[in-house]
Design a protein around this ligand. Sequence first.
Ligand code: TRP
Length: 336
Amino acid sequence: MSQETYLTGITTTGTPHIGNYVGAIRPSVDSSKDRSRRNFYFLADYHSLAKAEDPERIHRSGLEVAATWLACGLDTDNAVFYRQSDIPEIPELTWILNGVTAKGLMNRAHSYKAQVQANEESGSSDPDKGIIMALYNYPILMAADILMFKATKVPVGRDQKQHMEMTRDIAQRFNHRYGDLLVIPDAEINEHTAVLSGLDGRKMSKSYDNIIPLFSDEKKLRKLIMKIKTNSLEPGEPKETEGSTLFEIYKAFATEDEVRDIEKRYADGIAWGEMKQVLFEYINEHIKPARNEYNRLINDPAIVEQELVKGAERARELSVPYLREIRHAIGIRKLG
Ligand code: TRP
């Protein structure tokens, strides 16, 4: 069997939280060390334009996201770690893919449709009110990210399934018209990866404002964990682990033996205050070395920049000649 190429993008909006860590960062860092496959990880900074965020926020988020991945141990000798905007071939390929992408396909994108629906529900006379092309074209840029490096496997969350189907559709149309130049990728959606709940018990998400930033300092981490919602059972009363956010988060970090021990303490009626203390100490110890490294990198962004420059050089060794081939195939080439 030929070697698999794994590729995944991380949007640079917001500060990485423990839900991101468990769901995406930790599995990807493990994967980056696997020498049997090629790995590409990149900061999807042009994708951040779909949300029209503040420039300073986007810039800061890029640093935070990159520093987080590096601090968590991403193997940048094995994996290629780069910034999307350092690869000019990606937006070029995006434009080329525009030539084979049906507008109707984009009309069906969930995130676009959600905004149209919101406009309709608010009684607006224009269903496209406030919708920018960077949102509408988002799936085409994502397709270019993936197709640029001939990815065969794309590990993503369930919410990205439709984007992956669109990528395959776009690539197939291209190949049909111009010859088999693009590699058709598969999504890899891991159903077993834990999805963590946030402070209020809903899914941990920046948009619900219920996150625990991965590298909060000790004081902040303690404060946030103390805020996690519990039920009103008293100390000494047996408690269910099922549906307990404290337990769920603990389980995502601890070993099987440790989890079994905590299950017993739930049955014995551990007080919520005590469980919060246990969880705080556990996470705090677990992330301490990476947090020190994170703080070092945040205070010395030139180190992070250097890593990204190294990654971009490696990435462009592939993207430059490949884009030349693609342009040739579509008839954009020198005259003589
Ligand atoms: N859209 C993805 C997300 O929001 C991020 C992303 C951009 C991506 N380009 C990608 C993921 C390419 C995988 C492959 O999570």
